[in-house]
Design a protein around this ligand. Structure first.
Ligand SMILES: CC(C)(COP(=O)(O)OP(=O)(O)OC[C@H]1O[C@@H](n2cnc3c(N)ncnc32)[C@H](O)[C@@H]1OP(=O)(O)O)[C@@H](O)C(=O)NCCC(=O)NCCS
Length: 156
């Protein structure tokens, strides 16, 4: 049982906005999947570190489905929030949307969950504050994450 004080989800929600430039794109002028993955990892890492108050490393990335492309001149919007905490690890969800600033259209492009592990000063896994579970939806999200965790750890 953690002795750290629980922290609310809202305290670590992280937003990022990226303008898609030619260096982010393939020859079809749509953003590279790997570039989106890098932004997803960054956004989630900031969220994890805000929650943990420690440096965090990426331990596991769930499947990524690229639903619709984002083109040069459009915008990628990312929002990360914590779904669940375990002992030293946390599951973070990142929602990614494309945005056309000229037309105002916004569309979902990727949704992903990533596990981060908090590190102590000797770079060993260290306990994270529990997530404050404030509603039935929060408790259901934690329970669903526990099941995904069981499946991930079974793959090790
Ligand atoms: C992630 C890492 C710290 C886990 O180290 P480890 O020696 O397996 O340590 P432990 O067994 O004590 O596990 C630490 C935590 O990682 C979690 N973990 C380890 N492997 C995992 C996996 N495949 N999926 C999900 N969580 C995992 C464990 O469940 C544990 O969390 P918990 O305390 O909440 O239960 C280690 O594998 C590592 O450093 N990996 C490289 C990380 C990295 O370089 N990332 C990319 C750059 S940031």
């Amino acid at each position: 049982m953690s002795t750290l004080a629980p922290r609310p989800r809202a305290a670590s929600v992280t937003d990022m906005v990226e303008y898609v430039l030619p260096q982010h794109a393939n020859i079809g002028s749509t953003v590279f999947g790997g570039q989106i993955m890098a932004w997803v990892d960054l956004c989630a890492a900031i969220c994890a570190q805000r929650h943990a108050g420690r440096p965090c490393v990426t331990a596991f990335v769930d499947d990524l489905l690229f639903k619709r492309p984002v083109r040069v001149g459009q915008v990628v919007r990312l929002r990360a929030h914590i779904l669940a905490t375990f002992r030293t690890s946390m599951e973070i969800e990142v929602d990614v949307h494309g945005e056309d600033t000229i037309t105002g259209e916004v569309w979902p492009t990727v949704e992903c969950r990533i596990v981060f592990v908090a590190m102590d000063d000797e770079r060993r896994p260290t306990a994270v504050p529990p997530l404050l579970l404030e509603s039935d939806a929060d408790r259901a999200a934690q329970a669903a994450a526990e099941e995904r965790r069981r499946l991930r750890l079974a793959k090790r």
